[in-house]
Design a protein around this ligand. Structure first.
Ligand code: PLP
Length: 462
């Protein structure tokens, strides 16, 4: 095959003639040289366990991220906003450059070499997503802009055809707004009901209440595989099995899960599974929806246009088979190229070792944050990803984020698009540090030191 390899599998611009002149080498991609940060006193650091996980080193992962070598406000960047979006390894950045330097074309339509090559890359991306999710076939994967679009697609296509007056859609209080609002919109049109599943005090889904709410009126259960605000990882497989006893379908929002632990949609027996590439080291604007083949095949188009038809006439228009029927218009081709490179990069690690490292890092962070006066971390469900949402006595979340930003530490403050989950704790807003595989215990130490300084400064001025 002569197709330029832009997969990121050990391949960058150098494999494309002339492309080396287009992009700077990775080593010079850092926008600013790090300046030494003042030494910080690490509270109780000596009392904390050293983080060593066999089979994975965050330092090795970090080397692939040019952005992690820049400074912000005179300090080395500490990126703890991975729940919002992850940074991109140079393999992804280079794959995008290589694609636009030597391989850009629309797909499917053209009969020329470039169109054929672009089509091959696009479909290679689909196959890689299928493998990553444990789907049975690439045909079970629909490309979308991200998790939000995937859920809206299911609501508008499957929901419109399958929901009716008196039907229930069960949605945990934990969910991101993207897994609440699309159901509210379609429920209003179809006169179905969106029924919240309550949380327990620790931020887990109340399984007794869930069992009680399920009935033969339940058509769909929509659950996150990991919460973006509390980190909770619900027992999705068990919840799915229970829903299936009532013939209800289950949609799993994997936006926060896929970058943290291995996923197997067939093992989960999920009917739908959605994720966003940008939370998985890939570019923004690309994501995927998995659906069981028998469900997908019965789904009507939700948008019309090119690429999704077999033939168009003013008396009759016929549609392409799935997944193309659900992908109207020109897709985000370079996004798929970037996603493919991200998957190749990410799956080169031992995924179980990555998950073990992140769990150890979260435990470390929890213990370290507990040493900050006035700290309250919300959510303590037993199974969690490394998301730490907190309040700090005497400071509103926006002030905390602003203070940390001055030290080069990026955290998010606000409602995290999960207002019902925060309301469960009587909050409208909180600060959130969300960790990824490239974060280190030293970065956690810097976070804790900065927060302690905020509290000390506050005491001195009072
Ligand atoms: N679901 C969850 C759990 C999320 O955390 C997010 C984004 O933060 C979304 C859905 C929406 O993702 P996107 O904005 O990429 O569509």
């Amino acid at each position: 095959m002569t197709t330029p390899d832009v997969t990121g599998r050990g391949l960058g611009l150098m494999n494309i003639p002339g492309a080396e002149e287009v992009m700077p080498p990775a080593a010079t991609a850092s926008p600013a040289q790090p300046t030494p940060s003042p030494p910080v006193a690490t509270p109780a650091a000596s009392a904390l366990p050293q983080l060593k996980t066999p089979g994975f080193s965050p330092e090795a992962a970090r080397q692939d991220f040019p952005i992690l070598h820049r400074t912000v406000n005179g300090h080395p960047l500490i990126w703890l906003d991975n729940g919002a979006t992850t940074q991109k390894p140079r393999q992804v950045i280079e794959a995008l450059g290589a694609y636009y330097s030597a391989a850009n074309s629309n797909i499917h339509r053209g009969a020329h070499t470039m169109a054929r090559e672009a089509t091959e890359m696009y479909e290679a991306g689909r196959a890689a997503v299928a493998e990553f999710l444990g789907a049975g076939s690439p045909d079970d994967i629909v490309f979308v802009r991200g998790t939000t679009e995937a859920i809206n697609l299911v609501a508008q296509s499957w929901g419109r055809a399958n929901l009716g007056p008196g039907d229930d859609i069960l949605v945990p209080v934990l969910e991101h707004h993207s897994d609440i609002v699309p159901w509210q919109l379609i429920a209003k049109e179809t006169r179905a009901r969106v029924v919240p599943i309550p949380l327990t005090a620790d931020g887990a889904i109340d399984q007794d209440a869930y069992a009680d709410l399920l009935s033969y009126r339940t058509r769909l259960v929509a659950i996150s595989h990991a919460s973006n605000v509390l980190g909770t990882v619900p027992p999705v497989k068990e919840m799915t099995a229970l829903a299936h006893r009532y013939d209800a379908k289950v949609l799993v929002d994997g936006a926060q899960a896929v970058a943290h632990f291995p996923v197997d949609v067939q093992d989960l027996d999920a009917d739908f599974y959605a994720f966003s590439g940008h939370k998985l080291f890939a570019p923004t604007g690309i994501g995927a929806l998995y659906a069981k083949p028998e469900i997908l095949q019965a789904m009507n188009p939700w948008q019309g246009g090119g690429n999704m038809i077999d033939s168009v006439g003013f008396t009759e228009t016929t549609f392409a088979p799935v997944p193309h029927r659900l992908e109207a218009g020109t897709g985000h081709i370079s996004g798929v190229v970037g996603l493919l490179a991200a998957l190749n990069w990410f799956t080169s690690f031992d995924r179980d070792a990555v998950a073990a490292y992140e769990t150890a890092l979260m435990t470390y962070a929890q213990q370290a944050l507990a040493t900050v006066p006035g700290m309250d971390v919300i959510g303590s469900a037993p199974d969690r990803i490394a998301v730490l949402t907190f309040t700090l006595a005497g400071h509103d979340p926006a002030t905390i984020a602003d203070w940390l930003d001055r030290d080069g530490i990026a955290v998010r403050a606000g409602h995290h698009c999960a207002q019902p989950a925060l309301a469960h704790y009587g909050l409208e807003s909180a600060a959130r540090a969300s960790l990824a595989l490239y974060n280190t215990s030293e970065e956690v130490d810097q976070l804790v030191a900065s927060l302690r300084r905020l509290q000390e400064t506050d005491q001195e001025t009072n």
